[in-house]
Design a protein around this ligand. Structure first.
Ligand SMILES: Nc1nc2c(ncn2[C@@H]2O[C@H](COP(=O)(O)OP(=O)(O)OP(=O)(O)O)[C@@H](O)[C@H]2O)c(=O)[nH]1
Ligand SMILES: [Mg+2]
Ligand SMILES: [Zn+2]
Length: 307
């Protein structure tokens, strides 16, 4: 028996598809010992590097999962009213939140949740405004331009009208990226347009929104064609991104444009909610920080998640 290592492309109820360093695909299971050593939520996920033993029947047995240098996680309900960490992807180089310019309309609170998780995880972001064919880039910019002003890279796309695809392809090339966002915004359609041949299933927005149905049901890392290679994970739509273990005192830092203002607060444990001489609230009053973003902060900080 020989051993090798590789990258987990697919993880589904105990079965893993691993792309080995030799370049072949192996279906593998986790050794019992590995299962015991790790927390249930922390077993191998897409993006993990694993060591495996090749078995005589061509399958593999994973005997170790390498430590992760990064992760993109959310908070998910666990057993008996508890919460657990759901690692959506291990070791991402880039997070790509996709929202549509319309149908469904963009939700700034949810955009901010994705950005906060990415900032806390220190993963670079490429924000996609899809379906610009429906409203035009100028109207889309009324929502997404605010993120460009903060310094985020925003790509305006239309999978349907083939707009912005080269810019998106350049952003993904050579990296391991996760495409995420609400259901029905066109994540799978965009990837199909980017790389014909993927043939990912896509669905009608009305189905996704009204029946609570998601067209994409499992995350999967897809190899990118091109000289630079790379992988992109298509993932199921997310209705609400729960924040996993972001300390309240670090939340303001996860809004990059707040950073220069929070140093001016009178109290160094300022919550930026009600204290006097708060640098952040002064910046909001002066128009230097957007009220929409401050409102997202306030809701996340006070646990008032509802719009
Ligand atoms: N007008 C327009 N429609 C689009 C565009 N991109 C996708 N759509 C449509 O939006 C609907 C949803 O597309 P999907 O690709 O299935 O959406 P998704 O984000 O992958 O959804 P889930 O897999 O459920 O998370 C489909 O009817 C697509 O044809 C676009 O650029 N313009
Ligand atoms: Mg999809
Ligand atoms: Zn303050």
């Amino acid at each position: 028996m020989s051993t090798t290592s590789g990258l987990v492309l697919r993880a589904r109820s105990g079965f893993y598809t691993v792309k080995t360093d030799e370049g072949d695909l192996v279906e593998a299971r986790l050794r019992g010992r590995v299962k015991k050593e790790r927390q249930a939520s922390d077993l191998a996920v897409i993006g993990d590097r694993v060591h495996l033993e090749r078995l005589p029947d061509g399958t593999g047995s994973i005997d170790a999962v390498e430590s992760r240098h990064r992760r993109f996680s959310r908070r998910q309900p666990g057993p008996r009213g508890s919460w657990r960490e759901d690692v959506m992807v291990a070791n991402p180089d880039l997070v790509v939140p996709v929202f549509s310019s319309d149908h469904p309309p963009p939700n700034p609170r949810l955009i901010d949740r994705f950005l906060v998780v990415a900032e806390y995880s220190e993963v670079p972001v490429l924000l996609v405004a899809n379906k610009v064919d429906l409203v035009g880039v100028d109207v889309a910019r009324e929502t997404f331009g605010a993120y460009e002003d903060i310094g985020y890279h925003v790509v305006y796309t239309s999978a349907k009208a083939q707009i912005g695809l080269d810019e998106l392809r350049d952003g993904l090339a050579g990296r391991l990226s996760i495409i995420t966002g609400p259901s029905g915004v066109g994540k799978s359609t965009l990837l199909n347009a980017l790389q014909p041949g993927l043939r990912l299933a896509t669905g009608e927005v009305s189905d996704a929104l009204h029946k609570g149905r998601h067209t994409t049901t499992h995350a999967e890392l897809l190899p990118l064609i091109g000289p630079q290679g790379g992988y992109v994970a298509d993932t199921p739509g997310i209705r609400e991104l729960g924040l996993w273990q972001i300390p309240p005192t670090e939340l303001a830092w996860c809004f990059p444009e707040f950073r220069e203002h929070i140093t001016a607060c009178a109290f160094n444990d300022c919550s930026h909610l009600h204290e006097p001489r708060c640098g952040l609230r002064a910046a909001v009053d002066a128009g230097a920080v957007s009220e929409v973003r401050y409102d997202s902060y306030r809701r996340l900080r006070t646990g008032d998640a509802h719009d």
